[in-house]
Design a protein around this ligand. Structure first.
Ligand SMILES: [Zn+2]
Length: 439
């Protein structure tokens, strides 16, 4: 029911001009919701990052705040959730939460994500005056959602992070049957203003990686993020194509198990074993959680076997595992080190150390990667399909460039409230002044 006295209002606390640290506050009919409580990417691991100034978020003092929705398990979307007061309900995907929880054994600095309720694809639920509908999207984080929030006769859609070049069909499904009647679309624009070339598909990464493995005589080591489940699938399929056994580390095996999906490759799958880096063996020993190693014992392959028969294997792990394999001479000339993460990490000091270690061992470093974020072309398809009354940039460093690519772009400022105006009212006024400029 439309309530002119209390329309839906939105303020983006962080993200109008920045990738990372996303946080959006939505208000309607005297109630409020928060979408994401991300940690800014500019904050170092030891820096204190405070919650945005949302009444009741940190101290639970304002009952009009009905909950926090977490779109997906990337730190720049949930990283401040441990500062949210325990009386404020938190909602996130079940598998996303399980993955974050499982990862904390290996990477204990990340906050816990223990939601009070779960987001389920297509299942609308009510929070006070809000009706919330999560839509599963393809992203480099597993179990990621866009959400549609309805209240006061207005309809807001928030994309979270998404892409159209992954394996899941969720993007094509959304284009074919987009949420209807969206008055305002908060759309991520990670690549807007910075895209040099269109990202390759995840399938392309699989084919290219398989070719690299086939042309490698020795061990192939793929450095990737353990929480990038799509990449695990890609590397497994590429190893199978090349006729090799994939060895994952304990972190990757644990996260795959946490997805709860029987289709995700894990120990027990054909041609898949476990190689444990020293660091993870130490973590198990120091914690006394020996059930972790016991669970994968029958699938384990040891470094001595990699040294003896490097041509049989592909190892998937983090960059510290790559250092270890180079040091222990399992990864030597004739082998290949594949970088399957954002290339920017290779430019930082630790990336420089890895490049140098590979170079001095005579091991070529090859990059096979694609982004977790939509190309500008795919964003254009999404914007055209949803056809919102107003398109507001978020998670972008190029808000001003939105108007060059998409209709009805309306950049906003961090911290400023704006009303979600009804689509038709905007449509009639937009003929006179299309694409307002970022203030
Ligand atoms: Zn993300």
């Amino acid at each position: 029911m439309t309530s002119p006295a209390s329309p839906m209002r939105v303020r983006v606390h962080r993200g109008c001009h920045e990738v990372g640290g996303s946080c959006v506050e939505v208000e309607a009919e005297g109630a409020r919701l928060v979408l994401d409580v991300g940690r800014p990417l500019t904050a170092g691991p030891d820096d204190l990052a405070a919650l945005p100034d949302v009444p009741g978020l940190a101290d639970g003092s304002d009952p009009s705040l009905l909950g926090v929705l977490i779109s997906h398990g990337h730190l720049d979307h949930y990283g401040l959730v441990d500062q949210v007061h325990s009386s404020v309900p938190v909602f996130a995907g079940r598998a996303a939460s399980a993955i974050v929880e499982a990862a904390r054994f290996f990477s204990p600095r990340g906050p816990a994500l223990r939601p009070t309720g779960y987001l389920v694809d297509g299942q609308t639920f009510a929070l006070g005056p809000f009706r919330v509908t999560p839509h599963l999207v393809d992203h480099s984080a597993f179990d990621a959602y866009a959400v549609v929030v309805e209240a006061a006769g207005r309809r807001l859609m928030y994309t979270g992070d998404l892409r159209g070049h992954g394996r899941k069909r969720s993007f094509a499904r959304m284009l074919a049957a987009p949420p209807a009647g969206i008055d305002a679309l908060l759309m991520e624009g990670t690549h807007v203003g910075s895209e040099r070339h269109e990202p390759v598909t995840e399938s392309r990464v699989e084919f290219d990686l398989a070719a690299t493995i086939r042309s490698t005589a020795g061990l192939a080591m793929v450095a990737s993020s353990a929480q990038n489940i799509d990449r695990l699938v890609t590397v497994y399929r590429a190893a199978r194509r090349a006729g090799r056994i994939l060895l994952v580390d304990l972190y990757s095996a644990t996260v795959a198990e946490a997805t709860g999906r029987s289709t995700i490759p894990r120990p027990g799958f054909p041609g898949l074993g476990v190689w444990m880096p020293r660091r993870q063996r130490v973590q198990v020993k120091e914690s006394g959680e020996f059930h972790r190693t016991a669970a994968v014992r029958r699938y384990r392959v040891f470094t001595e076997e990699l040294v003896a028969h490097p041509e049989r294997y592909v190892v998937l792990g983090g960059s510290s595992a790559a250092h270890e394999l180079l040091r222990d001479r399992a990864l030597t000339a004739g082998g290949a080190l594949v970088w399957s993460m954002w290339s920017g990490y290779l430019a930082d000091p630790s990336g420089g150390r890895l490049r140098e270690a590979a170079r001095s061992a005579g091991v070529p470093l090859v990059e096979h990667h694609t982004s977790g974020h939509a190309s500008v072309r795919d964003l254009g398809r999404l914007a055209a399909a949803v056809n919102p009354g107003r398109l507001v940039p978020i998670h972008t460093q190029g808000p001003q460039q939105f108007a060059e690519h998409f209709a009805n772009a309306a950049p906003q400022q961090d911290g400023a409230w704006w009303e979600v105006a009804p689509h038709r009212a905007l449509a009639s006024s937009s003929a006179a002044s299309r694409s307002p400029r970022c203030p």
